[in-house]
Design a protein around this ligand. Structure first.
Ligand SMILES: [Zn+2]
Ligand SMILES: [Zn+2]
Length: 264
């Protein structure tokens, strides 16, 4: 039995991920073109009929852009979102193809257990998801201004964790964004910085030094780079005496490239 993760795109210009078991495939967010998602599925050896669900985290366009077209291409997939998000995306979903839940609910898609959990972001009611199969856990945490204890408890058991490392605050401070946008990104309901990601990884490894893979996600184009994110996180962890190796595998997910397929 295997449990796999692949990122089709990750970043503030579009997000879409695949999680799959031998039997079932789930897409998390549809924030890039349908064409790119279908190419990603093909690369990951997944037939359109195998996709049983599209999980939506929140209604921002970098997460829902191609929902409408995907329903035509994925005959077995229903879209799952909480009620508040559904209010904002229902015009993109054909009648009878939506499953609504309350944030915090658990449900299964085929042989994958899904747990939704609330995040802190400037949308109607954002969530992220943990997926479990055969005793393994894959969790994606992006689009949150901070990591509350509730969120920490949801992510700590993950064997693969895609974790937001959106920006470097110093670069953000100097960039051309209007002041109110900077405030929004940096705020409690914005996005996690490279340092916030590093701090979270350090805590995870100090609390429970089990083997885990962390994939830095949702990088900003203007205020970050893969090199900067990795360097900041590695330096921070190094200062705490934590190094990548057998226990901790660290990688970065790119905005314009399909990632490799990570297998548990
Ligand atoms: Zn986003
Ligand atoms: Zn967002």
């Amino acid at each position: 039995m295997s449990f796999k993760f692949c990122s089709f795109a990750s970043g503030s210009s579009g997000n879409s991920y695949l999680v799959r078991s031998d039997e079932t495939a789930i897409i998390i967010d549809a924030g890039i073109s349908g064409k790119r998602i279908m190419e990603g599925l093909d690369y990951a050896g997944t037939a359109p009929e195998e996709v049983g669900a599209i999980l939506v985290t929140h209604e921002h366009s970098d997460h829902v852009q191609s929902l409408k077209v995907l329903h035509k291409k994925l005959p077995e997939a229903n879209t799952y979102s909480n009620f508040a998000t559904w209010e904002n995306i229902q015009d993109r979903i054909p009648e009878g193809r939506h499953v609504a839940f309350e944030s915090g609910d658990e449900f299964s898609v085929g042989d994958i257990q899904v747990k939704s959990f609330a995040t802190h972001h400037d949308s109607s009611e954002s969530v992220c998801y943990s997926m479990k199969h055969d005793g393994k856990q894959i969790t994606i945490l992006t689009d949150t201004g901070h990591i509350s204890e509730d969120i920490y408890n949801e992510i700590k058991g993950a064997d693969i964790l895609a974790l937001e490392a959106n920006h470097d605050p110093n670069v953000l401070a100097m960039c051309r964004y209007p002041y109110y946008v900077k405030r929004r990104i940096l705020g409690d309901f914005g996005h996690l910085s490279n340092e916030a990601a590093a701090e979270c990884i350090a805590r995870l490894m100090e609390d429970d030094p089990k083997r885990r893979r962390v994939l830095l996600a949702h990088l900003s184009r203007e205020n970050n780079s893969p090199e900067m994110a990795l360097l900041t996180v590695r330096n921070y962890l190094g200062e705490r005496g934590i190094f990548t190796g057998d226990e901790l595998a660290l990688d970065v997910l790119l905005r314009d490239e399909v990632s490799k397929i990570y297998v548990l």
